[in-house]
Design a protein around this ligand. Structure first.
Ligand code: AMP
Ligand code: ZN
Length: 465
């Protein structure tokens, strides 16, 4: 499995620290408002990475935080006249509902910053003890120049940054590039006790502390949107590696932006749609399918046309699954003939193609193309005359591959039981033998079991009533 590693700027073979296990941390949203579909991109993309790894047999420990204390949350709480905790709780719940709607699996742990302050204080203290941080009037700063590898993730250089920096060196900082680990309490703001007085943590320290606590000092994958590379992830590296003396994350994955008219979708620019806006127009799996139709490192432009086209494409796959479900009840109970053996080989090769695409840095666009090839082949080669096993295998495969992408085309229980299929078959035979009395009897019997039949030109169809 190859992963493009932001740290080395190339694709690398994925080798986990511990065989069969993946420790993965994905920076989560700041919960001060409903999440927009730009925020949804990393959620969907890295959930898909996780699903594929689980499909390959890895035991994935997936940690994703909620940033529930921050300037924007506090600003919103003042605006609404309610506590910051209330704002955070409201939008955490909303984000979780949106994630469920997009079929994003719950993380192994979803830590919240406000519940992890103790670990952050400990980490800051370690940095102070090791000379990587200093306190001035209740603020603790990270001593950026002391960390020799600063800039290795983003490829930035401290001198260039300093030269280009418009940040005036305030009296308290030793250096313009030093960043805040702990800030002192301001009137009316949430605050926690600390060795440096009451206050709250800076944003970057949060992820270093939580990753350390739940996944250990060195993890396999750290991920997020590409805007997080600098300064957030660069600062996380500086904090964690200075404190622990070991590599923080072996692989760094970053998704490109979701754009509108080629501009990054963002709350501050005002050019955003929330997941809830989209849910009014489309099932959220269309949004998920749309996101995965591009490689995660390619910018993706959002438009109604592209969403319509994603809806149509997804519909084609789901219709194929639906048709195969019905075809399975009409197909024949026999071994494969030569043509079917060949067909099954082609289907197997397309499954390999799907996997090869996913192994190549999670190329979901090509993986989806492989699913379409399966659909096309099935549509042209399978019929009511096919061996039932070929129909069933194809149906199960499409459902399985879609499932790896987090797309559900059919609920597992939709396929009728074996005895119902047998009855449908018996009725078809009875009709062929012009035994209409028996055919009607079976129709009634099935109806009593909640299965309604419909005779079509393609054969018999059933639906649950
Ligand atoms: P935030 O709540 O701003 O910290 O963002 C949460 C996650 O969404 C981070 O991983 C961001 O990088 C990501 N993100 C924000 N806007 C976009 C966008 N327009 N396209 C893709 N990812 C985004
Ligand atoms: Zn983070």
């Amino acid at each position: 499995m190859k992963i493009y590693n932001t740290l080395s700027r190339r694709k690398e073979e994925f080798i986990p620290i511990e065989e069969g296990k993946v420790r993965m941390y994905v920076c989560g949203p700041t919960v001060y408002n409903y999440i927009h579909i730009g925020n949804a991109r990393p959620m969907i993309v890295f959930d898909t990475v996780r699903r594929y790894m689980e499909y390959k047999g890895y035991d994935v420990n997936y940690v994703s935080n909620f940033t529930d204390v921050d300037d924007k949350i506090i600003a919103k709480s003042i605006e609404e006249g309610v506590s910051a905790a209330e704002i955070a709780a409201r939008y955490t719940k909303a984000a979780q509902d949106d994630m469920e709607g997009m079929n994003v699996m719950p993380a192994t742990v979803h830590p919240k910053a406000t519940e992890e302050i103790g670990g952050m204080i400990e980490l800051i203290q370690t940095l102070i003890d090791k000379g990587f941080a200093y306190e001035k009037n209740g603020t603790v700063f990270y001593r950026t120049r002391k960390f020799k590898d600063y800039g290795k993730l983003s490829g930035k250089n401290l001198d260039d940054l300093e030269a280009g920096s418009r940040i005036a060196v305030d009296d308290e900082k030793e250096d313009a590039m030093d960043f805040v680990l702990w800030k002192p309490k301001k009137e009316g703001e949430p605050a926690w006790e600390s060795p440096w007085g009451d206050g709250r943590p800076g944003w970057h320290i949060e992820c270093s502390a939580m990753s350390n606590k739940y996944l250990g000092k060195t993890i396999d994958i750290h991920a997020g949107g590409e805007d997080l590379v600098f300064p957030h992830h660069e600062n996380e590296v500086a904090q964690s590696e200075a404190a622990n003396g070991v590599e923080f994350s072996r692989y760094w994955m970053h998704n490109a932006f979701l754009n509108i008219n080629n501009h990054k979708m963002s709350k501050s620019a005002g050019n955003f749609f929330t997941v809830k806006d989209i849910a009014k127009k489309y099932p959220l799996q269309v949004l998920r399918f749309f996101m995965l139709s591009a490689h995660y490192r390619s910018p993706l432009n959002f438009s109604d046309d592209l969403m319509e086209s994603a809806a149509k494409s997804l519909e084609r796959i789901c219709t194929a699954v639906f048709n195969l479900t019905h075809l399975a009840s009409a197909a024949k109970d026999r071994d494969y003939d030569d043509g079917e053996k060949e067909y099954m080989e082609k289907i197997g090769a397309l499954k390999d193609k799907f996997e090869a695409a996913m192994e190549d840095d999670f190329n979901t666009a090509d993986a989806i193309a492989a699913i379409f090839e399966i659909v096309k082949l099935a549509n042209s080669e399978l019929s009511a005359e096919s061996a039932r096993h070929a129909v069933e295998e194809t149906r199960i495969l499409i459902i399985e591959l879609c499932g790896i992408l987090g797309i559900i085309c059919e609920k597992d229980d939709e396929m009728p039981d074996e005895d119902i299929i047998k009855l449908i078959e018996e009725r078809t035979n009875a009709k062929k033998e012009r035994n209409f009395a028996r055919a009607d009897e079976i129709r009634e019997e099935l109806l009593a079991k909640g299965i309604q039949l419909e005779d079509t030109r393609e054969g018999v169809r059933w639906k649950r009533v």
